[in-house]
Design a protein around this ligand. Structure first.
Ligand code: ZN
Length: 244
């Protein structure tokens, strides 16, 4: 009896053994083959999918999020994937179809805002979506290990962390304790939005999302995913995606 070489160690062995890496690539390739697309053409599509258009899996994920948010905004939620069958299914493996990087704000829980259930979303949250190595590593876990094809940077109206960053840029007085690190992370967006027409905080919310989206989109660790920005409106319950 022969033994095969041991796989290289993974920081997430359970995830790697239950879910194939690069699922987005495999999905795209399978779809291309099923559609009769020549292999070379499929390879070309695979290598440029994040630059020339949405990969099929990401497009489907985005459509599902749009549909779920439309239900939430209209107060017609179906609260999917919360029954015993789903609970049993996700107990042994997970296949979230989208990753959200949102704020910790209690009014913006991704599963509710997008009307999703157990195992649907890999939801990462930090105040003002502030990035640090823990957040970036969590995103990489979702994209590289679980094969999540879509990353949504979800900002929101009247964000307290963003307001604190605007106040910091305005007064020069650092926030206290651990909050200072978060405010420093958002401050460049506040400086970028300073002087623009309209509300400074609102403009910073949008600038912050866009800065994070661009930061993630150019990081090769997330090459396998489509990265989009989004803003949640607290008044209407609607999410607007950027680019739409
Ligand atoms: Zn917030």
């Amino acid at each position: 009896m022969t033994t095969s070489p041991s796989p290289s160690p993974s920081p997430f062995p359970a995830a790697r053994t239950s879910v194939p890496r690069r699922r987005a690539v495999l999905t795209l390739t399978a779809a291309a083959v099923a559609a009769g697309v020549p292999t070379a053409r499929a390879a070309a599509a695979r290598s440029t999918r994040t630059r020339t258009g949405k990969p099929p899996a990401a497009a489907r994920a985005l459509a599902e999020l749009r549909a779920g948010n439309a239900r939430f905004a209209a107060l017609r939620q179906i609260h999917p994937h919360e029954d015993a069958t789903r609970r049993a299914a996700v107990a042994v493996s997970q296949h979230p179809f989208a990753l959200t990087l949102g704020c910790v704000d209690s009014r913006v829980p991704p599963e509710l805002v997008f009307d999703q259930g157990l195992g649907d979303l890999l939801a990462i949250r930090s105040a003002g979506q502030a990035l640090d190595e823990a957040v970036l590593g969590s995103i990489q876990f979702g994209v590289a290990e679980l094969g999540v094809p879509l990353v949504v940077v979800l900002g929101h109206e009247r964000c307290g962390a963003v307001t604190a960053a605007v106040e910091y840029v305005c007064t020069g007085k650092p926030a206290e304790g651990h909050l200072a690190r978060i405010v420093e992370e958002i401050a460049p967006a506040a400086r970028e939005a300073r002087g623009l027409p309209g509300d400074w905080v609102e403009n910073t919310v949008r600038a912050n999302v866009d800065r994070i989206r661009r930061r993630l989109a150019r990081d090769e660790a997330f090459d396998e995913a489509l990265v989009v920005g989004a803003r949640f409106d607290l008044d209407t319950g609607k999410v607007a995606f950027h680019p739409s």
